[in-house]
Design a protein around this ligand. Structure first.
Ligand SMILES: Nc1ncnc2c1ncn2[C@@H]1O[C@H](COP(=O)(O)OP(=O)(O)O)[C@@H](O)[C@H]1O
Ligand code: SF4
Ligand SMILES: [Mg+2]
Length: 322
C-alpha cells in the first residue's frame, strides 16, 4: 500500500501574541509535532481521551484549520500551501454531532447539492443522478430530500452527514467521533454503513474516537494520542495484542469487556497536564506506573522499539516484548 497522505511535524498552537494592553496572551499547543502516514485503503484509527488534540488534528487534515508548523501532503502535493482548493474535495469530514453540523435552514437536497455545485461543478442533471446514488448509498428515502435537518433522528442525520461527505467524491474521509453522539443500538448500524461504503467506494478512512472498543472494531492501524502527541502507532492487531506505551496499556486495561459498559478513555486514572504549563519531560510521567527519573527530563521521540519498524512508541521504558 502506498502512502497517500503524509503528515509531517504538524503543530497547532492557540493563543499567544499580545493583547492591546501589551500583556502576553496565554498560549497552548493542542497538537505537537505529529507525523503520520495514511496508506490508501486503510482505516487509521486515532484514539485518545478528550482534549488530547484529535479534533484539532482532524480539522487541519480537512483544511478547516491551518497548522502553525508542519506539512500535509496528499499524493505528494502540499495541502497547507496555496492552490490546495482543487485537492480539498478529496479529503472530506464527518462531524461528531450530526444534527448541529447540518445547516438548519437548508433542505437535505440543498445540503447534499452544495458540494456537487461548489467543488465538482456538476450541472442539474448530473446532480440529480448523483443525489439518487447518494440516497441509495446511505439508505435515505428520496422523499426526505425536501425536509430539514431537525426532522431527523441522530442516526438518520449522521447518514445524511456521511452522504454530504461522499457528495464531493473524496478519496479520504476523516470521521471525527462519528458514532459517539448516537445511541448504542444505532452505532452498530452506522459502523456497518461506513464499512460497506468504504469497500464499495475504495475509500480511505481516518477514524477518530475516544472509545478504544470502537477503534478496535474498525481500524487496520492505530495511532494513540496523548497531550497533543502520537505516543504509539502500530497495526491494530499488534497494538491490541501487546502495547508498548504505558498509556496504551492503561487504556486497554481500563477497557470493559466488549458489549458491556462503555469505555471512557483514561477512566478515572488521572488528568492531562495543564496545557498552559506543559511538563518538560514526558507528558505522561505524572500518571505513569513505569516512570523513572530520566522521564522528567527527556520528552521521548516516537520510534521503533524492537518489535518491527511498524510498531513505534514514544517512551523511554516501554513494556517488555515477552
Ligand atoms: N480554537 C481553540 N482555541 C483555543 N484552544 C483550543 C481550540 N481548539 C481546541 N483547543 C484546545 O486544544 C486542546 C485539544 O482540543 P481538541 O483538539 O478539541 O481535543 P479532542 O478532540 O481530542 O477532545 C484542548 O486543550 C482544547 O481546549
Ligand atoms: S517515558 Fe517514562 S513516564 Fe513516559 S511513558 Fe515512558 S516510562 Fe512512562
Ligand atoms: Mg474532539
Amino acid at each position: 500500500m502506498s502512502d497517500m497522505l503524509e503528515i509531517r511535524d504538524l503543530t497547532r498552537r492557540f493563543g499567544g501574541g499580545r493583547t492591546i494592553f501589551g500583556t502576553t496572551k496565554p498560549q497552548l499547543t493542542a497538537v505537537r509535532g505529529v507525523s503520520l502516514d495514511l496508506k490508501r485503503g486503510e482505516t487509521l484509527g486515532i484514539v485518545g481521551e478528550s482534549g488530547c488534540g484529535k479534533s484539532t488534528l482532524a480539522r487541519m487534515l480537512v483544511g478547516l484549520d491551518r497548522p502553525s508548523e508542519g506539512a500535509i501532503r496528499l499524493d505528494g502535493k502540499d495541502l497547507t500551501e496555496g492552490g490546495a482548493k482543487a485537492l480539498a474535495a478529496r479529503v472530506q469530514y464527518v462531524f461528531q454531532d450530526p444534527v448541529s453540523s447540518l445547516n438548519p435552514r437548508h433542505t437535505i437536497r440543498q445540503i447534499l447539492e452544495a458540494p456537487m455545485k461548489h467543488l465538482l461543478r456538476l450541472n442539474g442533471s448530473e446532480r440529480k443522478k448523483r443525489l439518487a446514488d447518494l440516497c441509495e448509498a446511505v439508505n435515505l428515502n428520496p422523499d426526505f430530500l425536501v425536509r430539514y435537518p431537525h426532522e431527523f433522528s441522530g442516526g438518520q442525520a449522521q447518514r445524511i452527514g456521511i452522504a454530504r461527505a461522499l457528495a464531493a467524491e473524496p478519496d479520504v474521509v476523516v470521521l471525527d467521533e462519528p458514532v459517539s453522539a448516537l445511541d448504542v443500538s444505532v452505532q452498530a448500524q452506522v459502523l456497518n454503513l461506513l464499512d460497506r461504503l468504504k469497500r464499495e467506494r475504495d475509500l480511505t478512512y481516518v477514524f477518530i474516537s475516544h472509545d478504544l472498543a470502537v477503534i478496535e472494531s474498525v481500524a487496520t492501524r492505530v495511532a494513540v494520542m496523548y497531550f497533543g502527541r502520537v505516543v504509539e502507532t502500530a497495526p491494530s492487531r499488534k497494538l491490541f495484542a501487546a502495547p508498548l506505551h504505558p498509556y496504551t496499556d492503561l487504556l486497554l486495561n481500563s477497557a470493559p469487556v466488549p458489549g458491556k459498559q462503555r469505555l471512557r478513555a483514561g477512566g478515572d486514572t488521572g488528568e492531562l497536564p495543564d496545557p498552559y504549563n506543559p511538563p518538560s519531560g514526558c507528558a505522561f510521567a505524572e500518571r505513569c506506573p513505569r516512570v523513572e527519573e530520566d522521564c522528567r527530563r527527556i520528552d521521548p521521540p516516537l520510534e521503533a522499539k524492537a518489535r518491527g519498524d511498524d510498531h513505534r512508541a514514544a517512551c523511554l521504558h516501554p513494556l517488555p516484548a515477552d
